[in-house]
Design a protein around this ligand. Structure first.
Ligand SMILES: C[S@@+](CC[C@H](N)C(=O)[O-])C[C@H]1O[C@@H](n2cnc3c(N)ncnc32)[C@H](O)[C@@H]1O
Length: 337
């Protein structure tokens, strides 16, 4: 059997280590961390179905020097495009003589068969890289979330946060501001040994052989989400049903939440932005949980500003700078009290 191709899984800057660890856990080899992602060898369909923390999986098809349009045309013409159907070029350029991204896209578009598969063309220091998008829609679209509450998290970000907090199946998990249930459902899918991408299709299915991605072992895990909004909990229930996982969801204000075990991970993306009074209440309630019933628990809290984080009454042991919905946010990892 011929070797599977070298692929490039992308992720937000700073999260390459998390993605690399996930690739290693699934047995993908020949891994090499690069800014913004990880190179590895494997089946694109398997990678798209299995990876919870990747944004996209790209297939590099050419890399060459390009200082003018003749170089670009020669480099792109050397690739056999027939397996991929048609492509739509998406160009980015930095520190290169070919800097006009619109003109580069036009030239590639005139040269290559047109179609739905995205072709990423990246020009950097006069080096051109051409990569086929094997994913199609961004990988946070798992296919189960059709209902959202207030400011839902991307599923990929939820999986990255769980990994940064060191959560793994078997560790009790509570989200007292669960909204549409993203953390709890992501964790439940992992605990059930299911592939995060099993409910959707991927661009590579147009040209890659279909294959079975086996289910992993299920690990019994306490997974509990609650929110004071009835509508949010109803949305979370529907989402969990569509994701095919059983989780414990309740309507409750954060201050009413009880710890279901002596230790575990409390994770939260508490409200921020509007209505200062409501915000202070929610963050104070979380602070009371962390000082009270959840004193023995580690916590991972997504915080948009230091003023609110002070209300948690625990000092973070680690602070990760992340982006959520176009905003800079800090992920605070708080050790047990
Ligand atoms: C930013 S949203 C969470 C979004 C969630 N991570 C998701 O992906 O859908 C914050 C949630 O906190 C809830 N909330 C606000 N104050 C609360 C409180 N005092 N107790 C419990 N939940 C609260 C809101 O109803 C909202 O659903």
């Amino acid at each position: 059997m011929s070797k599977p191709p070298i692929l490039f899984a992308t992720c937000p800057p700073g999260l390459e280590g998390v993605l690399d660890a996930e690739l290693a856990r699934h047995g993908f080899r020949s891994r090499e961390i690069k800014p913004g992602g990880v190179h590895f060898r494997g089946s694109p369909l398997r990678a798209n179905r299995l990876l919870a923390t990747a944004s996209r999986v790209l297939l590099p098809v050419a890399r060459f020097k390009a200082t003018d349009f003749d170089d670009l045309v020669a480099g792109a013409s050397a690739v056999d495009w027939s397996p991929y159907g048609g492509v739509t070029p998406k160009v980015s350029a930095a520190r290169s003589r070919l800097f006009h991204t619109g003109a580069v896209a036009e030239r590639l578009g005139a040269l290559l068969p047109a179609g739905d598969t995205a072709l990423y063309c990246r020009l950097m220091h006069d080096r051109c890289t051409l990569q086929i998008d094997t994913s199609g829609e961004h990988l946070h679209k798992r296919g189960w979330r059709t209902e959202t509450g207030q400011a839902p998290l991307r599923e990929t970000l939820a999986a990255q946060i769980l990994a940064l907090a060191g959560w793994e199946p078997g560790v009790p998990l509570v989200d007292p501001c669960c909204g549409s249930g993203t953390f709890i459902i992501e964790a439940a899918v992992q605990a059930a040994g299911l592939a995060p991408g099993r409910l959707r299709s991927f661009a590579c299915e147009r040209w890659w052989r279909s294959e079975l991605v086996p289910t992993g072992d299920a690990v019994p895990t306490i997974l509990r989400g609650s929110d004071r909004s009835k509508a949010a909990v109803a949305a979370a229930r529907h989402n969990a049903e569509r994701a095919g996982v059983a989780v414990d969801l309740q309507v409750a204000s954060a201050r009413q939440v009880e710890a279901p075990a002596p230790t575990g991970l409390l994770v939260a993306n508490p409200p921020y932005g509007r209505r200062a009074e409501d915000l202070a209440t929610a963050w104070d309630e979380l602070g009371a949980l962390l000082a009270g019933p959840f004193a023995g628990w580690k916590a991972a809290i997504l915080s948009p500003e230091r003023g609110l984080a002070r209300r948690l009454r625990r000092e973070p042991e680690t602070r990760y700078h992340l982006r959520n919905g176009g905003l800079n946010v800090d992920l605070l990892i708080l050790p047990p009290a």
